[in-house]
Design a protein around this ligand. Structure first.
Ligand SMILES: [Zn+2]
Ligand SMILES: [Zn+2]
Length: 166
């Protein structure tokens, strides 16, 4: 099964649903195996297929948004992330981090390997806003790794994290 590539998401497989039997896309009416049911919209959504995510059609049709973002001066990037990138499932509403006037790519939930990676912590020391997040870096280091979302700026290469406490 081929999973789609999204500009701002390294591993979309983790956050898309899969149905062996297939479900009908609410937007185009085609039967699909890979879909999302995660969208901010006033309408009731059962399933949106990958094509309708990528094209932005689903957001147009249901007046919806997949992600909330930090506002940057880059309309194209905002459109791509808000309307054409599936949501990552989080407990908190997380504003997708930006860097170098573009959005970071979501890599994964933190792993032990990431925790041991000094370069990542060097980056985070620079990119993490303790006041805005409400946590100090030292405190973050004590947190359960599953609360830490790891992102990377594809332009400068620096890592960013967001906290998602359940
Ligand atoms: Zn569709
Ligand atoms: Zn950057």
């Amino acid at each position: 099964m081929e999973y789609p590539i999204f500009k701002y998401m390294a591993n979309a497989k983790e956050f898309l649903n899969y149905s062996e039997d297939g479900v009908v896309c609410d937007c185009c009416g085609k039967t699909t195996n890979i879909f999302t049911d995660n969208m901010y919209t006033a309408k009731r959504i059962n399933a949106i297929c990958v094509d309708c995510i990528k094209s932005g059609e689903a957001c147009k049709k249901f007046d919806g948004e997949f992600n909330t973002v930090t506002i940057i001066d880059n309309k194209e990037a905002i459109d791509e992330l808000v309307h054409k990138t599936p949501a990552i499932q989080t407990f908190q509403e997380i504003d997708w981090p930006a860097c170098c006037n573009d959005f970071c790519k979501f890599l994964r939930i933190f792993t032990d390997v990431d925790f041991e990676n000094e370069q990542i912590w060097e980056d985070i020391k620079e990119t993490f806003d303790e006041d805005e997040e409400g946590y100090s870096i030292d405190y973050v280091k004590e947190m359960d790794l599953s609360y830490l979302l790891l992102y990377k700026c594809e332009i400068c290469g620096k890592h960013h994290i967001k906290i998602d406490v359940d």
